[in-house]
Design a protein around this ligand. Structure first.
Ligand SMILES: [Zn+2]
Length: 300
């Protein structure tokens, strides 16, 4: 089931990259017209104070470019994800508006290049941290978007397999591997005192369905997070607006309920066409530009 999800993911993520590279403006406009969206426009990052030392650079564009999470304080600056390289100027301006400081560490939530493409802009001062599999994925493939490959100095120098704690700007930043299979190297980045968690693409956006090839592992990961996090945590999905614990719990609930819905009907001998015809109306709101409820049900 991963193949078709990956194809859709690539299609989604290719569109903004084609725009920003300026490689294929006509193709981009045709694609956007096909999606019912308007012409390409400039966009900026809004800076949101998420809690404590932590800020979120939230792109104000209709295609929901990935976010950058920033810890800014007396130790300097730490970034979680660097979005696409072409956004680096905007990202740097936003960091400067927060008071600047030396960019010491960069964490990558996973290998996809709409989250890692900006790494190359920070090699003079930063050290890069990611899951061991993310390093392998960056070296082998570079993610679904055809950006220039990362130079060796923009690859993670510090890797781990399960958890890692980084002590920076007066708090423990806990990195937690989530074997959810969006990729095999997804991590959550939990700023424990600021009470902010960056989920990367484990949760693409609040109220949307996931790209995963292993729903059971995703549910285990979500349960682990929900048990760990304070109820007033600020949840930062990889794309889309800032979210809450309620959004995370609703996501967990709908992933679990849809899985159980499909499995129980398959066990009764139904086929996917029957199951899709019986989808409860309340789940239709979970269809998004990323994935429709029908596609999700088909792939479960
Ligand atoms: Zn991704």
């Amino acid at each position: 089931m991963g193949e078709s999800q990956a194809a859709r993911a690539n299609r989604e993520f290719l569109i903004p990259v084609a725009d920003v590279l300026g490689m294929s403006v006509v193709l981009s406009l045709l694609l956007l017209a096909g999606l019912g969206q308007g012409p390409v426009e400039e966009f900026r990052f809004d800076t949101i104070h998420a809690g404590g030392n932590v800020y979120v650079l939230l792109p104000q564009d209709p295609r929901q470019t990935s976010k950058v999470v920033v810890s800014s304080g007396s130790d300097g600056v730490l970034l979680s994800d660097t979005t696409s390289g072409e956004m680096a100027g905007e990202v740097k301006d936003a960091i400067d508006r927060l008071g600047g400081g030396i960019i010491r560490y960069i964490i990558n939530t996973h290998s996809h290049s709409d989250h890692t493409g900006g790494n190359r802009e920070y090699t003079s001062t930063a050290r890069f941290i990611a899951h061991k599999n993310t390093l392998r994925n960056l070296v082998e493939a570079g993610g679904p978007v055809p950006e220039p490959p990362l130079r060796a100095e923009a690859l993670p120098q510090l890797t781990f397999t399960d958890t890692l704690s980084v002590f920076f700007n007066g708090e423990e930043i806990r990195l937690i591997h989530l074997p959810d299979r969006h990729t095999d190297g997804d991590i959550a980045v939990f700023f424990t005192t600021s009470k902010v968690i960056h989920l990367g693409d484990v949760m693409l956006a609040a109220g949307t369905l996931p790209f995963t090839t292993d729903v059971d592992s995703l549910i285990i990961s979500l349960d682990r997070l929900i048990a760990l996090l304070p109820p007033d945590v600020t949840v930062t999905p990889g794309h889309g607006p800032i979210a809450t614990m309620d959004d995370l719990q609703a996501f967990r609930q709908v992933v679990g309920e849809t899985r159980d819905f499909v499995r129980s009907r398959l066990a009764q001998g139904q086929v996917h066409a029957d199951i899709i015809a019986a989808i409860p109306a309340e789940w239709s709101a979970w269809s998004s530009r990323y994935l429709s409820i029908e596609d999700w049900i088909t792939e479960l």
